[in-house]
Design a protein around this ligand. Structure first.
Ligand SMILES: C[S@@+](CC[C@H](N)C(=O)[O-])C[C@H]1O[C@@H](n2cnc3c(N)ncnc32)[C@H](O)[C@@H]1O
Length: 329
């Protein structure tokens, strides 16, 4: 079993235990309350995750999805920085620690890790869940408020996952600048919505201005070729659904697809993909249509047919978010 599959299973089991003893109806109600809170006005002046019930609901309902989205972004980053392993990690707005699990699933071994968040119940539950993962035994779970006075310790990697969404514009800018000042690599993940993408593009601009190079998903560090308002760059990660999901959302599908936008950038040389598949490939009879974002700073559709031999086989296996062409072809 590869490390990321086994990490995902360990996380699922640990999250399952959180709900042990909680009547299913009560767990579903906590999730519904949380969804309603998130629909309200954000940013807020105080944490949305206020008590253990909120946090257990968040973790059981959302953490498998944010874990898979971050893991997917980190995998693309690791492909572009093949010789690099983070020696230390700070997860800002880390909540219950999904990104710490994702870093552990991407790079074997242990490293000093600090999770910063303003919600004490989220940090406490994150620590509890992390007890199931030996690689996360020594994580520091530390209370911190993101704002203009935030200073981050110097570290190899900063992750910011599903947090920009909850901040005022000035705090978003302060956080990205603080991450750029502290880290050698920064990975930011947001929901895969037009607004999430807009926040990623803004952060990307700040990272490039601070001297970072984009490692993924973009094949270059120049301006994004998407005309604002016409489209948004996002990807999809498959997440196994828990019984809690089925209860809250109904339906019987064993999985759902988490849509996310991201940027991964580094201060050191990286090898971004030559181009990236930016939509689900369309497989037709004898041909595959691939929508690509390329190093020439252009979006284009390419058609790969049987005539292309091995490349056609590769195109049939290509997935949304993959680098193209695959290495060695
Ligand atoms: C949607 S959760 C994401 C948690 C985690 N990063 C993940 O991917 O699952 C947003 C987190 O940001 C934290 N947060 C929001 N605003 C914050 C602030 N001003 N200071 C510190 N933490 C904040 C929340 O407490 C919450 O844990």
């Amino acid at each position: 079993m590869n490390v990321s599959v086994s990490t995902a299973e360990t996380l699922r089991a640990a999250l399952g235990e959180l709900l042990d003893g909680l009547p299913p109806r009560q767990a579903a109600q906590a999730v519904e309350r949380l969804i309603a809170n998130y629909r309200g006005a954000t940013p807020t002046d105080a944490p949305i995750l206020r008590d253990r019930a909120d946090v257990a609901a968040y973790a059981a309902y959302r953490m498998p999805a944010t874990f898979e989205a971050v893991r997917s972004a980190l995998e693309a980053f690791a492909d572009a920085a093949a010789d690099w392993t983070p020696g230390s990690h700070v997860d800002v707005g880390g909540g219950t620690g999904a990104a710490t699990w994702a870093v552990g699933a991407t790079w074997a071994g242990t490293r000093p890790v600090t999770v910063l968040d303003w919600s004490e119940p989220a940090l406490a539950l994150g620590r509890e869940v992390a007890a199931a993962n030996p690689a996360l035994r020594d994580v520091r779970w530390q209370r911190a408020r993101i704002g203009s006075s935030l200073e981050l310790e110097s570290t190899d990697l900063v992750t910011v996952s599903y947090v920009l969404n909850e901040l005022a514009a000035s705090d978003r800018a302060a956080l990205v600048d603080a991450a750029a000042a502290a880290a050698r690599a920064v990975v930011i993940v947001e929901p895969g919505t037009p607004d999430g993408y807009a926040r990623i593009i803004e952060a990307r601009g700040r990272l490039v201005a601070a001297g970072f190079r984009i490692a993924a998903p973009c094949p270059h560090s120049a301006a994004c070729p998407i005309v604002p308002g016409t489209d948004w760059c996002h990807f999809s990660a498959r997440v196994s659904r828990s019984s809690l999901h089925r209860q809250v959302k109904g339906g019987s599908l064993p999985y759902e697809d988490e849509k996310f936008s991201y940027v991964a950038a580094a201060r050191f040389p990286v090898s971004p993909a030559p181009s990236r598949v930016v939509r689900r490939p369309q497989i037709r009879k004898g041909q595959v249509l691939l929508d690509l974002c390329g190093a020439e700073e252009l979006l284009e559709r390419t058609t790969v047919t049987k005539k292309h031999g091995d490349l056609y086989k590769a195109a049939r296996n290509a997935d949304w978010g993959d680098a193209w062409p695959p290495e060695g072809s």
